[in-house]
Design a binder for this molecule. Structure first.
Ligand SMILES: Nc1ncnc2c1ncn2[C@@H]1O[C@H](COP(=O)(O)OP(=O)(O)OP(=O)(O)O)[C@@H](O)[C@H]1O
Length: 308
């Protein structure tokens, strides 16, 4: 499969401040790619380099097979971009705004009309008569995505499209992104883990200008994620936690509230087999025994949490 974005050794400094440190990035065409990182990690800078709005200090970045620095109009018109703080003409209605945006790409007549109707439908704004100034933030963001799609781009770049939204607003935007699967490549930055888990197939994690992981989400969980068991006992939790920690299948132990103990395990079957017997031998009661997977959140904390 070909790459929609490919960066190699991508480095950006502002004066003496190193913002991106030798980034390698591969975004496959057709993927919904989450670019995850805490505030100040360098996400916006990477997006600006991808669009050609900023230039690398060192290294290269290719977009749709062309050097982003030298990309001509043909490449640029195959990219849709929604910045982190999009601007709207608030006195327009959504159809007026989309028609205006399409006109900038030289679209007109029935082609523009059809495209506008399709995008209003995709954004769930078909029957909205209000001017944009009266929209909720979620509606504005969905309209922003529709506007970035007006030229039917092969690659859609979204900078933190959900960060200012409430849960309903986020759901609307994420549903819209998910509906683009198979139609266009979507590369979006976010610091919200659950957004990535909900819609992305691939994720890259950026921390302080460095890429700390990049893989399909399932692979990342398999690589870093481990299995865990949560045990709740009626008595002797401290002694039991110590005893669990001595077993070959236990790699980490954390005490929770009251009688709860969380154990990270290498062999779930062995842990589930041994735990009831150990609890019974200590004359304690087993109130709960639950197996679970360590999710992306724990992977993220493990990868970027160090040194904070
Ligand atoms: N033009 C600039 N001049 C100097 N420093 C800059 C410039 N643009 C960005 N930076 C710095 O680069 C670092 C990365 O910023 P960037 O906006 O790319 O991060 P981000 O991951 O998008 O963060 P956020 O989620 O806060 O927007 C920050 O420390 C920021 O202050």
């Amino acid at each position: 499969m070909s790459a929609a974005i490919r960066a190699a050794g991508l480095t950006k400094s502002y004066g003496r401040k190193l913002v991106l440190d030798s980034l390698d990035l591969d975004v496959e065409e057709g993927s919904i790619f989450g670019f995850l990182g805490p505030n100040g990690a360098g996400k916006t800078t990477t997006l600006r380099l991808t669009t050609g709005l900023a230039r690398p200090t060192k290294g290269s970045i290719q977009v749709l097979g062309h050097d982003a620095r030298a990309a001509g109009n043909a490449v640029r018109s195959a990219i849709g971009y929604l910045p982190d703080v999009p601007a709207f003409y608030e006195w327009m209605t959504a159809p007026e705004f989309l028609s205006f945006a399409g006109g900038l790409f030289g679209m007109s007549g029935s082609a523009l009309h059809d495209r506008t109707s399709m995008l209003l439908d995709l954004a769930g704004l078909t029957d909205v008569q209000t001017k944009i100034g009266g929209y909720s933030r979620g509606m504005k963001q969905r309209l922003g995505i529709a506007q970035a799609l007006i030229n039917a781009p092969r690659l859609l770049l979204l900078d933190e499209p959900t960060s200012a939204l409430d849960p309903m607003g986020r759901k609307g935007v994420l549903d819209m992104i998910a509906s683009l699967r198979g139609r266009t490549t979507v590369f979006f930055s976010t610091h919200i883990l659950s957004d990535v888990e909900r819609v992305c197939d691939t994720v890259a994690i950026l921390d302080r200008g460095r890429m700390v992981a990049q893989a399909p989400i399932d692979e990342l969980k398999a690589r870093y994620g481990k299995e865990k068991v949560v045990v709740e006992v009626t008595e002797n939790a401290d002694e039991l936690a110590k005893e669990f920690g001595e077993r070959p299948w236990a790699t980490a132990i954390a005490r929770g509230a009251l009688g709860s103990i969380e154990i990270t395990v290498t062999d779930l079957g062995a842990a589930q087999h041994d735990i009831p017997a150990i609890v019974a031998a200590r004359d304690s009661g087993l109130a709960r025994l639950e197996a679970g997977e360590i999710g992306l959140e724990e992977v993220f904390v493990e990868l970027v949490g160090g040194g904070r």
